[in-house]
Design a protein around this ligand. Structure first.
Ligand SMILES: NC(=O)c1ccc[n+]([C@@H]2O[C@H](COP(=O)([O-])OP(=O)(O)OC[C@H]3O[C@@H](n4cnc5c(N)ncnc54)[C@H](OP(=O)(O)O)[C@@H]3O)[C@@H](O)[C@H]2O)c1
Length: 276
């Protein structure tokens, strides 16, 4: 990606990319109420779109399934906010700079961004499948990097904005059951911490949320969820935490924090014997 392609380079010192002035586009939303959700077509991403629209946000909703995004846009009619549906596969990283420019133009700016896209295919105990593993790296991590870099640069120039990444309790330890899924979440969380430290002096907030077991299409094939909560409740909590000032990293729901602390403290030789 070079500077002339990226809508958010230092060349464009204003808070909007060249050729786009904040608030200039048709139907531009009020400052503070422009959001982008990547991974918006189901589960927690979809529930966040629905809540933000009810609150009056203009929301760019990104995912592959156009029909589900269109349904979200149609359902937004009659609510104070609106949905801009953008069909996109996060594996197409080449498309991202243009899409970021489009989002900023169509919303009239950007204040709040959540990367909620993710995949967690079943991995058998004795399975070592590179194709499956690299799909998780592509969607959970590479897509996150491709979307977050231009947005971080834009928020850096703008001196405001919130970036939210969805990690997982699965990123806490090297579990037998989800080796690469957990590794992508651990990497994502480390990257989010770096971004938080880089962007703090520019008044940009970077939040890591770590859901426990949430009832979404991602988990519906699992036999039993421990302490499950609905996608709607998780989304509500993610938005509240992200827009507050108290937490930079937060388990969703909070009762997973002590569980996570215990799991983290189990010595390796004992953890190996568990099926956690
Ligand atoms: N559910 C849980 O218990 C749980 C716990 C911890 C963390 N998480 C994390 O929370 C996030 C949201 O997951 P969820 O539980 O809400 O699951 P979900 O309902 O399966 O949602 C996943 C979202 O990711 C999108 N996505 C997947 N592959 C994509 C691709 N190649 N390009 C663009 N979008 C893609 C999906 O949209 P399309 O299929 O339409 O593209 C969908 O909108 C994920 O990062 C997940 O790892 C979930």
């Amino acid at each position: 990606m070079n500077g002339s392609q990226d809508p958010t380079t230092a060349q464009n010192q204003a808070s909007a990319p060249a050729g786009v002035s904040a608030g200039s586009s048709a139907g531009a939303a009020a400052k503070g109420k422009r959001a982008l959700i990547v991974g918006a077509s189901s589960g927690m991403g979809e529930a966040m779109v629905q809540q933000l629209v009810a609150e009056g946000y203009a929301v760019a909703a990104v995912a592959r399934r156009q029909d589900r995004l269109d349904a979200l846009a149609a359902a937004a009619q009659g609510h104070p906010g609106r949905v801009v549906a953008i069909a996109h596969d996060v594996n197409r990283v080449d498309e991202v700079p243009g899409l970021v420019e489009r989002v900023i133009s169509e919303l009239g700016g950007l204040d709040f961004y959540v990367y909620a896209a993710g995949v967690m295919p079943d991995v058998e105990a004795e399975e070592y499948d590179t194709e499956k593993d690299l799909l998780m790296v592509d969607v959970n991590l590479s897509g996150f990097i491709a979307w977050t870099n231009p947005i971080a640069r834009y928020f850096h120039s703008q001196r405001s904005g919130t970036i939210v990444g969805i990690g997982s309790i699965a990123g806490d330890r090297g579990r037998k059951g989800a080796p690469v899924y957990g590794a992508t979440k651990a990497a994502m969380e480390t990257l989010l911490e770096s971004l938080r430290n880089r962007l703090a002096e520019r008044s940009v907030r970077v939040v890591t949320v770590k859901p426990g077991m949430i009832e979404t299409p991602m988990t519906e094939h699992l036999d039993k969820l421990m302490m499950p909560v609905s996608a709607k409740r998780a989304a509500k909590e993610i938005l509240k935490v992200s827009r507050g000032k108290l937490w930079n990293t937060r388990h969703i729901p909070l009762r997973w924090l002590p569980v996570s602390l215990v799991i983290r403290s189990i010595p390796s030789f004992l953890f190996r014997k568990t099926s956690i």
